[in-house]
Design a protein around this ligand. Sequence first.
Ligand code: FAD
Ligand code: N01
Length: 545
Amino acid sequence: MSAESVQESEFDVVIVGAGFAGMYMLHRLRGMGLTARVFEQGDGVGGTWYWNRYPGARCDAESLAYSYSFDAELEQQWQWSERYATQPEILRYAEHVADRHDLYRDIRFEQTVTSAAFDQESGRWRVSTADGLEATGCFLVMATGCLSVPQLPDIAGLDSFSGNRYQASLWPRNGVDFSGQRVGVIGTGSSAIQAIPVIAQQAAHLSVFQRSPNFSVPAHNGKLDQDWVDAFKKNYREHRDFHKRALSSGFGDLEIEPRDRTPQHESGHELSEAEFDALCEEYWQTGGARFMSVVGDALSDEQINARVARFVHNKIRQLVDDSKTADALCPTDHPIGTKRICVDTGYYETYNRTNVALVNLRETPIERITSTGVQLSDRHVELDTLVLATGFDAMTGAMKNIDVRNGAGLRLNEAWSEGPKAYLGLMPAGFDNLFLITGPGSPSVLSNMLVSIEQHVDFIADVLEYMGERQSQRISADPDAQEQWVAHVNEVANETLFPKGGSWYLGANVPGKPRVFMPYAGGVGVYREVCDDVANNDYRGFKFA
Ligand code: FAD
Ligand code: N01
C-alpha cells in the first residue's frame, strides 16, 4: 500500500451510514478539526429518505420540526411546502445540506460495511466494506439507522410470483405505474397506510392483505401558508427549544406561539365521557401523531387508553361504509399507540372505493404466493403486481448485519444475544470507542428523530472534545452503569402500556429476535437532562484511559 493510501485510510473517526445522523456527525467532527470517513451502502445521502420512495411516503412529524436545528440560517432559508413533507422534498433537503456543508468529499458511497474490529494494541477500529475498502479510526460511530433493514415476510412461494414485486423500503427510483394493474399490498403498517390511498387512485383493482389492523389518525396535511411560516420562523429558536425539552416525543406543533405541549389534563379520569370525547375530537381535527398526547395517561392507564381506542373505532365506523370492512379495520389486539400510530391521508375512506378490497387474513390466511397471485385459505386472488410493506428488523438489524468485534474478539451479536444493551443507548459496555446514534435504550423511534439524532451527535462531539482536552484516547461504558440504565429503561417501559403492543419496538415482528422493549419511553426532555447531568459530572458511567 502506498504511503498516500495508508494516509487516506486512517481517520480519527469512521462513521457508518449517511442518513441524517451520519451527515450531522461528519459535519460536527469536521468543525472540531477531526478527520472522518463515512461509508454508505446507498449511492446518495438521506438514508430513510433515499430508500423509502414508495407512493405517498412523507414524514409524520411536522416538516418545520422534522429538520435540522443546528444551522439557524438554513432553517430560515429552507422552504417546506407542506405541513408534512413528501419523501422527494426531504431527500432534496438532505442533498442540499450535504452540498451546503460540503459533506460529499468524505463519504464513500455504495460501500456496505461488513466488519469492524477493535485492535487493543493500536486502540483503533478497523472497518471493512464488501468491496474491500478499509479504514481505521480511533472511534467508530454507527449511524446505521433504526429502520434501515427491510424485513421480508416468511410466506411460502414468495419468489414464485411472476408479476412485478416491490418492497416499500427499496422502491425503484423512477417510480411505478400501476395503471390498469391488479395490485396486492401485504401489510398495513405506516408505510402501507401511506401508500394504499395513492395506489388505489391509479390501479385497476387493489387488494389489501391485512393480518393485523393498525390505528391511524388523519394527517390533515396541506400546503403551508407563507405568512404563517414567516411568523413561525420568527420564533424558530424557541420552538426548537420546546421540542428538545419536551416531556414526550419532541414533535412539532402548528401554532405560531411556542409553548410547552404537556397535555392539559394529566389524567383522562379528570374528564367526563362527553368532555373526553370532545377533547379527542379536537385532537383528531388537529391531526397528526400527537393525538396520543390528548391526556397525560393515554399510554399508561388501560382504562383511559381503551376510551381513546373506542373513540377511534367510532371514527373508523363513521368513515368506512361497509360495516364488515369497518369492523375488520378496528384494531382490538393492542392498546392504541403501543404500536407506532399511523398518520394518513384518506386511508379509511379508500375502502369505500369500488376498486379496493380488504382481505382479512385473520379469516382467510395466506397459504402461499403463486406465480399469478395469492392463494388464500378459501380462494385465489389474481394479481399483476405485489407490494410488500412488511416493515423492518428495527433498531438492531443494521448492526446485526455487521461483524462488530471488541478488542477481545467478542462479537456485538453475542453480547446482545439476549437483547441489546447500551449505556444511555449510546455505547455498549465492553466495546471501547464505539458510539451508537439513537441506539437501543435511547428515545430514538419514540421521538422526533431529528431531535434525538442531533442530541446524540452533540453528546458524542462533546465527549470527544472532553477527551481531547485530557489527551484521553479510550472511552468505555461502565458495565454497572449500563446495567442500571437498562434496568431504568425497562422500569420506565413497564410503567407504560408499550410492552403490551407486541410491536417491532419489542422485536416481535422478527422471528427469533429477543423480546426486549428497545427505546427509552421517558421522553426526550428527561433523557436530555440525564445525558446533560452525566456530561456535567465528568461523564459519569463512562471510563477514560
Ligand atoms: P437512516 O436514515 O436509516 O440512515 C442509515 C444509513 O445507514 C442508511 O442510508 C443505510 O443505507 C446506511 N447503512 C446501514 N447499514 C450499513 C452498512 N452496513 N454499511 C453502509 N451503510 C449502511 N422519524 C421521525 O422522527 N419522523 C418521521 O416522520 C419519520 N418518518 C419515517 C418514514 C419512513 C418511511 C421510515 C422508514 C422512517 C421514518 N422515520 C421518521 C424514522 C427515520 O428513520 C428517522 O427519522 C431518520 O431519518 C433516521 O436517520 P438515520 O441517519 O439515523 O438513519
Ligand atoms: O412496517 P410495520 P412499516 N403476512 O412493521 C405486516 C416508520 N414509518 O414499514 O402487524 C401478512 O409497521 C404486519 O402485520 P402484523 C414508523 O416508525 C413511518 O409500515 O405483523 N402481513 C404489518 O401490518 C413505522 O412504525 C412512516 O400482523 C405481514 C406490516 O406488515 C415503521 O417505520 C411511514 C406479514 C408491517 O408494518 C415501520 O413501518 C413509514 C406476513 N407474513 C414507516 N409480515 C411515517 O408515516 C408482516 N406483515 C412517518
